[in-house]
Design a protein around this ligand. Structure first.
Ligand code: 5GP
Length: 190
């Protein structure tokens, strides 16, 4: 049996800056390791299989659901699944490290409930929905249909913020990264 460790959950609507904050923390705090999710979406830009995500087929995803290999999974966007594999958390805990997640809001709350007492759940709050839309559009990686779906979801997700342990405002990325670092260091302090 793997000895259980701690978890740090970063959730936010897509485009709020959580991925950048998580990457910053991974650089600054050596005891953290990123939980690589499985997804059925194709890779984007210079994303690498086994580093950013495990890119798998719909068929394989369904097979893994049937085998109960996911701690949580969701159809985040229509026809596109994302999920956290149990083996991923165990792999990281086995090294004596803390797992850090970049996960959507419902998935984040699911993990928070499941690992109550071991987890710190942080909601990254963008300055406004308008700014969020600008950031998502500027990224230029999604079609208009996909962008619209992300906007609609983002609007709903903002309502979940109070259910998290902490709401971290990301109005200025550098400040948000600094604040995140302090929060995580405090949580990990013995
Ligand atoms: P993206 O396609 O932009 O990489 O991710 C879309 C959304 O899915 C983001 O909010 C991201 O955090 C979330 N996500 C990534 N991995 C998982 C996962 O394992 N489970 C859930 N529920 N959401 C995830």
């Amino acid at each position: 049996m793997t000895k259980e460790g701690k978890l740090i959950i970063f959730s936010a609507p897509s485009g709020a800056g959580k991925t950048t904050i998580v990457h910053h923390l991974l650089k600054k705090i050596p005891n953290l390791e990123f939980s690589i999710s499985a997804t059925t979406r194709p890779s984007r830009g210079d994303e690498k299989n086994g580093k950013d995500y495990y890119f798998i087929s719909n068929e394989e995803f369904l097979h893994r659901i049937a085998k109960k290999q996911f701690v949580e999974f969701e159809e985040v966007y229509t026809g596109t699944f994302y999920g956290t594999l149990r083996t991923e958390i165990e792999r990281i805990w086995q090294k004596g490290k803390t797992v850090i997640f970049d996960i959507d809001v419902e998935g984040g709350l699911h993990l928070k409930r499941k690992y109550d007492g071991q987890a710190l759940a942080i909601f990254v709050q963008p300055p406004s929905l308008a700014v969020l839309k600008e950031r998502l559009t500027a990224r230029g990686t999604d079609s208009i249909e996909k962008l619209n779906e992300r906007f609609i979801k983002a609007e709903k997700e903002l309502d979940y913020a109070p259910q998290f342990d902490i709401i971290l405002k990301n109005y200025d990325l550098q400040t948000a990264c600094k604040e995140a670092e302090e929060l995580v260091r405090n949580f990990l302090a013995p």
